[in-house]
Design a protein. Sequence first.
Length: 130
Amino acid sequence: MGHGEPPDLITGPTSTGVDARLSAVLCYTAWWLSGLIFLIVEQQNESVRFHAAQSLVLFGGLSVVIALLSATSVAMLMVSADAFQAMRAVTYLVWLGAVALWLVLLYRTFNGHTWRVPLAGHLAARLAAR
C-alpha cells in the first residue's frame, strides 16, 4: 500500500461522526453526486475519502460517456433508424455495465472491503489524498 492508498478495510473515525463503513457505502448511493458531497465533507478518514473520490471519478466519467452516447444516438436519427437503434443498444449496454459495477461496489463496500477499480482507482487515490 503506497502513499495516498486507503487501507483495505474500512474502519476508523470520520469527521462526520457517521460510521466509516456506512459513510463509504453512502459515497456510492447517488453515483458521482454522493461521492462529491462526501469528498467535500469528509476530511479525516482516508478510506471514506477514497470511496468518495472513486465514486466521483468512476460514475462521473460513466455519466459523461452515457450522455455522449445518448446524444450520438439522437444524431444517428439523421443517418438511419438502424444506426439509431445500434447506438441506443450500445448506450443501454454501457448503462447496464455501469449499474452492475455500482452494485458490486455497493456490495463490497458494505462488507467493509475496498476495491480499487482499474484506472478510476488510481485517479481516485490521488484525488482523495489532496
